[in-house]
Design a protein around this ligand. Structure first.
Ligand SMILES: [Zn+2]
Ligand SMILES: [Zn+2]
Length: 194
């Protein structure tokens, strides 16, 4: 693993700016990986790791930098829970750890650096300095990563009986004996205008 400053430099480039969320995200991922004993997440250990993120904010970009887990590699899973937390799964050992930022960390940052004016400045500095135990709650957890969710999964691609579009990874829904995509099955997030 790189050190905090190296990761923060990379995170700044990847994310577009350095912010408290980047510091928190880098720390969160480093803490999770070190609990699992994953030392080279983007090199030798890159096939061992799947990461579940629970929020789509600044810290998520930083978690991606440290872990090397990407959506397009199927190693990053998004659960839209709005929580500053991530779970790191070691596919090799089957162990997993969920790391959640403590709700008290913001207040602790304010107490630690009252001399700084902006909250972002207070947090950027404090999140570098505070020990893991004050920033995060850790839980050993078990995550069942199903075969079709694993990186590198290869399976049959089927075609939706309604719209004719192809569907990968068993995301189809069977209704009245017909194989449908999620959109045609009624889970649409868009309304077709033309
Ligand atoms: Zn940011
Ligand atoms: Zn369809």
């Amino acid at each position: 693993m790189n050190n905090l400053d190296e990761y923060l430099r990379e995170a700044e480039t990847a994310h577009g700016h350095l912010c408290a969320g980047q510091v928190l995200g880098v720390r969160l991922a480093m803490a999770g990986l070190s609990r699992l004993g994953i030392e080279d997440p983007r090199g030798a250990d890159r096939k061992r790791l799947v990461t579940y993120v629970e929020i789509d904010r600044c810290a998520t970009d930083a978690v991606m930098v440290v872990t090397g887990c990407r959506l397009g590699k199927r190693a990053l899973k998004f659960r839209d829970w709005g929580k500053m937390a991530a779970t790191f799964v070691d596919l090799q050992s089957g162990r997993a750890v969920r790391v959640a930022a403590k709700e008290s960390s913001k207040e602790a940052a304010r107490r630690l650096h009252p001399e700084l004016e902006s909250k972002n400045q207070q947090q950027m500095l404090a999140y570098r300095e505070m020990p893991d135990g004050e920033l995060f709650d850790f839980a050993d957890v078990r995550v069942e990563v199903h075969a079709e969710d694993l990186p590198g999964y290869k399976g049959e691609r089927i075609v939706c009986a309604e719209c004719g579009e192809g569907i990968n990874f068993h995301r189809e829904i069977i209704r009245n004996g017909k194989m449908l995509c999620r959109g045609c099955a009624g889970e649409n997030y868009y309304t077709r205008l033309s």
